[in-house]
Design a protein around this ligand. Structure first.
Ligand SMILES: Cc1cc2nc3c(=O)[nH]c(=O)nc-3n(C[C@H](O)[C@H](O)[C@H](O)COP(=O)(O)OP(=O)(O)OC[C@H]3O[C@@H](n4cnc5c(N)ncnc54)[C@H](O)[C@@H]3O)c2cc1C
Length: 444
């Protein structure tokens, strides 16, 4: 039996451990953080996140989606807040379709518990990898509590140690490894809207967006009645993290752009300075595989910006696709690893591009009338020809069998067609009499 070490007990590493243990491998997971079940959840990249169909499909395959549904809140559309506090609801898809807000900590703990109790995975926490010898499959680990150094060896290593992966760093020292890391000129800051009388202060089943041109605030619901808000904001310029230096400046900023949340976040001008500002990084790597016994997965292979809510979903999909390939090849790893990276790298690149584009859509266009009309027209085409024209958001979010790279390519064609449609005179008043069949035919 193959012994497998997974470095990183984050969302993707924990799910991967379940998949591999179910295949009969002996799986051991190491993570530098303390056990989140004993010491609370440390760090993490956001308090909650949006789980959608690709992620659900991967959870379903190992039988834990029902458990996760119990801790997830459906969000059926975007609730836009304008500067006057006026609300507009825009459904994400058909009536029953939703994305789900889930606590990162609870999700991670459920995955670890399931891996440990329902399968046979062993976890070691407080173990930071300080060196990875990929040729000999040896990891050097430092116990972060007592600084003790140990070495562990195995038959196979998965690097699921996130955007700043130590195992990927070892890959960077191998021949012909391509790698890029790019920071956005934007950072993010999380703020909390507390419950009112134990209930959600805003509509619970929506992802709230305050689009403000080149910046935005979003809020996702939590099961305790609170919302986690995230302000995506430039580092420099006016306004920016740089330009807001005093509590008065911060208060005036919220008053000008987000007046409706001031009563919901007590002392907003103070928490703005006490809560940390975090950066947004994108990472691309190629190859993801070294020899026949090492592979990158999840953010270690493809960290993307969070604007499509797909980073974790894509990482979960990596696990599913890898195991489908192993099924097909009867666990021939050499063959399967090549297929895994050949199939996943184009998809990871596609969702990276889609996520960047969606930032513009979320922060700017969702408040734009022409853009909203275009969405309405596309929704109508989708309703008339559901097999032939699926809007891009639905392809990415609600069509888990369609690859990200296919969604991107179809989306580009749709964009070209819709740009022409929107040029038509009197489109605002005449859109209902468009020849929808002709529009769909152009897609081929
Ligand atoms: C603000 C924000 C919002 C997001 N929202 C969404 C969303 O709505 N939907 C979505 O799908 N995705 C979202 N994402 C992306 C999502 O967070 C990531 O894609 C996901 O966490 C990747 O999981 P992972 O297990 O690959 O990496 P991580 O979650 O980063 O886990 C990596 C693990 O490796 C461990 N580790 C790291 N280095 C070492 C080392 N040297 N030794 C030992 N252990 C190590 C870490 O302690 C950690 O436990 C968001 C990201 C951000 C930043």
């Amino acid at each position: 039996m193959k012994n497998i070490i997974i470095l990183g007990a984050g969302l993707v590493g924990s799910l991967l451990s379940i998949y591999l243990s179910k295949r009969g491998y002996q799986v051991t997971v190491y993570d530098r953080r303390p056990d989140p079940r004993q010491k609370g959840y440390v760090g993490g990249r956001s308090i909650n996140l949006a789980l959608s169909d690709r992620g659900w499909r991967a959870l379903e395959k190992v039988g834990i989606e029902q458990k996760i549904k119990e801790i997830a809140i459906p969000m059926r559309g975007r609730m836009m807040h304008d500067t006057q506090g006026k609300l507009t609801f825009q459904p994400y898809g058909k009536e029953e379709q939703a994305i789900y807000s889930v606590s990162r900590a609870l999700l991670n703990i459920e995955l670890i518990n399931h891996a440990e109790k329902e399968t046979n995975v062993t976890f070691h926490f407080n173990q930071k990898c300080i060196e990875a010898d990929l040729d000999h499959k040896i990891l050097t680990l430092e116990n972060i509590e007592n600084e003790e150094i140990t070495s562990v060896s195995t038959d196979f290593i998965f690097g699921s140690d996130g955007a700043f992966s130590a195992t990927r760093l070892a890959m960077q020292k191998t021949d012909r490894f391509n790698f890029s890391q790019t920071y956005l000129d934007y950072g993010y800051k999380e703020l909390t809207i507390l419950p009112i009388d134990g209930k959600h202060a805003l509509e619970k089943n929506a992802l709230h967006i305050w689009p403000r041109g080149n910046f935005m605030l979003i809020a996702l619901p939590n099961t305790d009645g609170s919302f986690t808000c995230t302000l995506f904001f430039p580092y420099k310029g006016a306004p920016s993290f740089d330009s807001l230096q005093t509590e008065q400046e911060a208060f005036a900023f919220f008053q000008a752009y987000f007046a409706d949340i001031i009563p919901l976040i007590p002392q907003i001008e103070k928490v703005f300075f006490t809560n940390p500002t975090s950066s947004l990084v994108m990472v691309k790597a190629n190859p993801w595989v070294y020899q026949t016994d090492f592979a990158l997965i999840g953010d270690a292979a493809h960290a993307i910006v969070p604007f499509y809510g797909q980073g974790m979903n894509a990482g979960f999909e990596d696990c599913l696709v890898l195991c489908e390939i192993l099924d097909k090849n009867k666990d021939n790893w050499e063959l399967s690893l090549q297929e895994y990276q050949e199939s996943r790298i184009p998809d990871a690149n596609a969702i990276a591009e889609l996520a960047l584009n969606n930032f513009i859509e979320m922060r700017d266009l969702v408040g734009d009338e022409k853009f909203l009309l275009r969405k309405k027209i596309e929704a109508k085409i989708y309703a008339l020809y559901p097999e032939k024209w699926i809007p891009l958001y639905s392809m990415v979010t609600f069509s888990p069998k369609l690859r990200y790279s296919e969604a991107l390519s179809i989306g580009k064609k749709q964009d070209k067609i819709m740009q022409e449609v929107m040029q038509q005179p009197d489109i605002q008043t005449q859109w209902e009499s468009l020849n929808f069949e002709e529009i769909v035919r152009k897609l081929g």
